[in-house]
Design a protein around this ligand. Sequence first.
Ligand SMILES: Cc1cc2nc3c(=O)[nH]c(=O)nc-3n(C[C@H](O)[C@H](O)[C@H](O)COP(=O)(O)O)c2cc1C
Length: 465
Amino acid sequence: MSDAPSKRALHFSLLTMPTLAHNDYGMWRHPENRKARFDDPEFWADLARITEEAKMDSLFMADGLGIADSFGGSFDVALREGMHVPVIDPGLVAASVAAATTHLGLAITAASTYDPPFSLSRRMATLDHLSDGRVGWNVVTGFLKNGDDNYGVPPASSSAQRYDTTEEFMDVCYKLWEGSWEEDAYVLDRNSAVVIDPAKVHRIDHVGEHYRCSGPALWHPSPQRTPVILQAGMSERGRLFGAKHAEVIFAATMAEPAAYTDLIADIRAKAASFGRGREDLKIMGLAGIITGEDDAAAERKAAEYEKWFRPDGFIAHLNAANGFNPMAHDREELLLEALRTDGFKRDDFTNSIQRADITVGEYMDKFKEFRATPGTFIGGPQKVADEIEEFVDRFDLDGFLLRSYSYPASVRDFRDYIMPELQRRGRYRTDYEGTTLRENLFGAGHARIAANHRAAGFRGAFTGS
Ligand SMILES: Cc1cc2nc3c(=O)[nH]c(=O)nc-3n(C[C@H](O)[C@H](O)[C@H](O)COP(=O)(O)O)c2cc1C
């Protein structure tokens, strides 16, 4: 455990969503939880400031553009549980957070399916300008039928097909971000009165199978140009996409922690096949920390939080994401059998890698107790720091995307108890490394996307006007 790789500094981001219940169903009722104020900019400013004091990489904003109706065939469960509804626009929330912070990254989820690449890339560039280079884009393709219906797009025949289309979407964005404006095109020369040098701004003239976009980009290059690309798809096709495009991958499994071994090795091997090294891609696990001044205080807190949690909401959430409804099966049935009966192949199932002998009942029971979910750390600073170090070193992770149980108490607890302990062990930053999100992930001097990333291939690719 003392060899060089195990001493890598760890990265944390805060998983959240501008909605009442994200994966913390029922918790909004807890007397100290302020998440019910998710539509108040002061709530976000306060949360973001604490997250920045905790020196996390970013506030990671999830999003969904439809209401889940797959559980029982109606919106009822989603509405009753407040499952990602009401939800407001995370990109606009991020703009207000940018004004309240100076270092914290803003990782925004946006689906490639519901916007043309021109408008999405413009929105990201705007946020990158407003935040002085702190924006990340969590690339998702959207999987809710109601989302498709809201935007009038035909349902994709498969998630793999959406990823195929998104490949072209990414290229259009990269062309606009990296290739359309040369570095010194925006001259703002007071003497000659020239604002932009026409010779240095180029059309991209993209004509592809799914998109047409002439350009040039309407905006001048932002500090990072291409926002940090993040991704969290866990299917075979999703991993391939992430390995090629993502600079940060959020790897999640509801199965045994050991499932991370194959998952992480597979993603890293896929990245290598695109010529990307260990240092080009950060992989974060999904975790939750319940802590306090000592183990006993943390245990009391966990027991208290569990009283408010509603596991049925979480099961319905997973059903919306992966299509599997465990309630339709006997508790005694083997999970893999149940998946097979429902026509799932292992790779179809978002949280696919399950212990072969787990039953449907055991699978559901995992959600009743926080500690049964892989990556849940409950204890005082020493115990949690020990477990975190052991976990990341064992699975070759770079850090974690952290769930919250109570807002902003969970982040405050991380700041007050876990951050100092990890710093003492030399496993966590004592200050931000740079001003942009990419520098804080990859080190000073790395504000722009790596030269071996596909996006960089579009630098200097266009010369005409
Ligand atoms: C930690 C994490 C966060 C996610 N956040 C979102 C989100 O905000 N919006 C969304 O549509 N999908 C989200 N997803 C879903 C995935 O990004 C992906 O779209 C989904 O798993 C389907 O892709 P797959 O079939 O490759 O797994 C998230 C997944 C994980 C693991």
